[in-house]
Design a protein around this ligand. Structure first.
Ligand SMILES: NC(=O)c1ccc[n+]([C@@H]2O[C@H](COP(=O)([O-])OP(=O)(O)OC[C@H]3O[C@@H](n4cnc5c(N)ncnc54)[C@H](O)[C@@H]3O)[C@@H](O)[C@H]2O)c1
Ligand SMILES: N[C@@H](CCC(=O)N[C@@H](CSCO)C(=O)NCC(=O)O)C(=O)O
Ligand SMILES: [Zn+2]
Ligand SMILES: [Zn+2]
Length: 370
């Protein structure tokens, strides 16, 4: 079938909105009509050419919501008409990782997903006879996309897609990192580096956890007002200080924070985020994605003296099991999504979403296909 899609033909070039061909779903696969998709910084990261797993040409997008159109052979958990959120972190419920009870990082389809292919090693997407790569197993920048059954969360049929699409990545990642990875407790002091979609979701999670002080840090002061509205008790611009930002935070907090979150993808900031943690127990969670060849550094003494470095993918959330409940939390107003949607655009104007992000003007632009 034909589908409108924004295709990334090469790194560093704007997307091109064209009509692509989408093959029917094969065994274990599902054809989904995407109604809305957010644009996450990770899409821009991969488009930039910095992603070691970046492949072109590709249909990017991994923060969507849609409706099942057709199911392939053997699919039992979904049927046409079901409302879904595609998952870039699958949940097969039978691999070693799923059964461990220790991680959300299902590995069942991860290898082929990383090669831009469906689990059988082929693509369902093409343009003028040339194969297009899938992206993160989701490719939500296409009106029609094919996704493994185990990479779809079935959600409430009345959920507003134009908002809950953000639970496909950004909001779930930030809130989940607070509850599942850091396990923030009432009264804890938290520092959040980077106040984009992820950082603001961390702030919302910290407020849910009834954290004490929540310090938002960003080099763009335009992000501060929303951060305060969402629960930051303090905001700091590193550019206002001559000293390293970790020294500023340590002084503000009588020795350091209980938890810090890096929501940028900058390895120097990752170091600051670790080093602003309290001696003896402070924990830093890396959420930001850093480019090819980048490495983190600190003095081992920082860890010897009790600070902990962790990482978090998709907020540690098991998508098929936990995401439907988070969608219902959003429908009840227990997760606030409205403040994240700063812009809405049709697919044809998707490149403007990337421009707004790079200009620091948006939190999330939601793309609609109708
Ligand atoms: N681990 C995961 O599961 C996961 C999920 C989603 C996104 N991410 C990653 O999280 C990061 C944030 O994503 P986003 O969509 O919120 O991006 P964003 O562009 O919306 O926000 C990034 C923020 O960081 C700020 N910033 C940039 N450099 C800074 C610096 N040196 N010091 C302080 N602030 C600085 C920017 O002003 C901006 O407000 C990206 O690296 C993205 O790839 C990871
Ligand atoms: N492909 C990159 C890593 C990209 C990455 O870390 N992705 C995050 C999700 S970012 C969503 O906005 C993730 O979930 N990682 C776990 C995984 O991909 O299995 C690289 O190669 O460095
Ligand atoms: Zn994302
Ligand atoms: Zn699994």
């Amino acid at each position: 079938m034909k589908s409108r899609a924004a295709v990334a033909f090469a790194a560093g070039q704007p997307l091109q909105v064209v009509e692509i061909d989408v093959e029917p779903p094969r065994a274990g696969e599902v054809l989904v009509r995407i109604t809305h998709t957010g644009v996450c910084h990770t899409d821009a990261f991969t488009l930039s050419g910095e992603d070691p797993e970046g492949l072109f040409p590709v249909v990017l997008g991994h923060e969507g919501a849609g409706v099942v159109v057709e199911v392939g052979e053997g699919v039992t958990s979904l049927q046409p008409g079901d409302h879904v959120i595609p998952l870039y972190t699958a949940e097969c419920r039978e691999c070693k990782f799923c059964l461990s009870g220790k991680t959300n990082l299902c590995q069942k389809v991860r290898a082929t997903q990383g090669r831009g292919l469906m689990p059988d090693g082929t693509s369902r997407l093409s343009y003028q006879g040339r194969m297009l790569h899938h992206y993160m197993g989701t490719s939500t920048f296409s009106e029609y996309t094919v996704v493994p059954e185990i990479s779809l969360a079935k959600i409430h049929p009345e959920a507003p897609h134009e908002k809950v699409c953000l639970l496909g990545c950004g909001v779930t990642t930030g809130i989940g990192a607070v509850h599942n990875t850091a396990k923030v407790k009432p009264g804890d002091t938290v520092a959040v580096f980077g106040l984009g979609g992820i950082g603001l979701a961390v702030i919302q999670g910290a407020r849910q956890a009834r954290a004490g002080r929540v310090i938002g840090i960003d080099t763009n002061p335009g992000k501060f007002e929303l951060a305060r509205q969402m629960g930051a008790t303090d905001v700091v611009n590193p550019r206002d200080h001559a000293r390293p930002i970790q020294d500023v935070i340590v002084e503000m907090t009588d020795g350091g924070v209980d938890f810090s979150f890096e929501c940028i993808g900058n390895v120097d900031v990752m170091r600051s985020a670790l080093e602003c943690c309290h001696k003896g127990w402070g924990e830093s969670v890396i959420i930001g994605v850093a480019g090819a060849g980048q490495e983190i550094r600190t003095r081992p003494f920082q860890l010897v003296t009790g600070r902990v470095w962790r990482g978090s993918a998709f907020g540690g959330v098991k998508g098929r099991t936990q995401l439907p409940g988070m969608v219902e939390q959003a429908m009840r107003g227990e997760i606030e999504l409205d403040p994240f949607v700063t812009h809405t655009l049709p697919l044809e104007r998707i490149n403007e979403a990337f421009e707004l992000m790079h200009a620091g003007e948006s939190i999330r632009t939601v793309i609609h296909f109708d």
